[in-house]
Design a protein around this ligand. Structure first.
Ligand code: KG4
Ligand code: ZN
Length: 343
């Protein structure tokens, strides 16, 4: 447990995919506080292509990033001089998107003469759970559009990956299935909406790697099973779509829940935490919470707005990293976007 924080105020940026986000996160003696959080979404821009178009994303980040910084400082009631430093997600993510946030943060760090800290995107997602008093050891399931990972946390800083997807990420599967069903982008929220009124028993999809003797996941076969089902059915009526969505979501939720619980038992953790964009899925939250509580674990999931990409989680991560003295240095020259940065 972190006993006492030094006082700092950090401006955080996150542009790893299709959200341009800026936030100010501050600490007082014993807690981390979000002073402002701005997220400018590009969903409308990418919707007609059915997915993120990297070059369009980068251009939109360039236009939105300085306004997001200005707005987050204004909302927090701060001028740049009063910042302790800056933090930015430098990977993993889309290189063209990451570069905008990273190079903007470097330019601001140079102009304002402030230290800059590079934060790992996955670590930032799981740090969204540090806003409440989490008990260690903990196991965090990070499920997003780019990642599906089980991370064992000995404390705030020591992370060990114990499982991951061997192909598609869970969020990617939601997005691809939504595309198959012609439901638009991003797929997660629309599948969840339809699934809530669908019959999850009408079409039964596989539970990939459910019984495999490891903590890895696989979602590409599940997506293919949905594809075959849609081909077999031919015309997809709204009724069929909601039942497919419900059956697909049930399969994903069951696998994620069962394997996370199994890992939590094996690694004897106190807490199970959920993070990443797919953590916004109500059925997953409910299923994992119910399983965790029944098995005697504490359960944590961030507020919905801190599940999908945002900069507040980056600021929280930066506060914890800084507390460990790993971090804020006048080293902007050494920081570069790294799309494959492994936690
Ligand atoms: O964490 P995130 O915002 O970006 C990445 O780091 O990838 O996650 C985005 C992913 C998308 O695949 C989106 O479809 C999914 O999270 N997602 C959801 C829900 N809301 C967003 N998936 C399932 N149910 C949701 N309610
Ligand atoms: Zn993310």
């Amino acid at each position: 447990m972190v006993k006492k924080f030094s006082r700092f105020k950090i401006l955080a940026l996150e542009t790893s995919c299709d959200e341009t986000a800026a936030a100010v996160v501050g600490t007082n003696s014993n807690k981390v506080e979000i002073l402002s959080s701005q997220v400018s979404s590009q969903i409308a821009l990418h919707q007609k292509y059915g997915g993120v178009v990297p070059e369009l994303a980068a251009r939109a980040h360039l236009e939105a990033v300085i306004p997001a910084v200005e707005e987050s400082l204004r909302t927090a009631g701060l001028t740049p001089e009063r910042l302790t430093g800056l933090a930015v997600v430098s990977g993993p993510g889309l290189i063209t998107s990451l570069m905008v946030g990273v190079e903007t943060a470097k330019a601001l760090a140079l102009a304002w003469q402030k230290p800059l800290l590079a934060v790992n995107h996955i670590y930032a997602h799981l740090a969204a759970n540090f806003l409440k008093p989490i008990k260690f050891p903990a196991l965090c399931l990070v499920v997003s559009g780019g990642h599906t990972e089980l991370i064992f946390l000995k404390d705030f800083w020591s992370c060990r990956k114990i499982g991951r997807t061997v192909d598609d990420a869970a969020g990617e599967a939601f997005d691809k299935v939504a595309k198959l069903l012609d439901l638009g982008y991003p797929g997660g929220p629309v599948i969840a909406r339809l699934a809530a009124v669908g019959d999850s028993e009408r079409y039964c999809f596989p539970r990939p790697m459910l019984t495999a003797d490891n903590f890895n996941f696989s979602f590409s076969g599940l997506k293919t099973a949905v594809l075959y089902q849609t081909k077999k059915l031919g015309r997809l009526t709204p009724g069929i779509k909601k039942d497919i969505a419900a059956g697909f979501q049930r399969a994903v939720v069951e696998v994620l829940t069962a394997k996370t619980l199994k890992a939590a038992e094996k690694f004897k953790v106190k807490t199970i935490a959920l993070a990443g964009g797919v953590a916004a899925n109500q059925e997953l939250r409910k299923s994992l919470e119910a399983g965790a509580v029944e098995a005697g674990f504490e359960f944590f999931a961030p507020e919905l707005k801190f599940c999908t990409d945002n900069a507040a989680m980056v600021g929280v991560a930066a506060c914890y990293l800084e507390q460990k003295k790993q971090t804020l240095k006048n080293n902007w020259r050494k920081i570069a976007a790294d799309p494959n940065w492994e936690l």
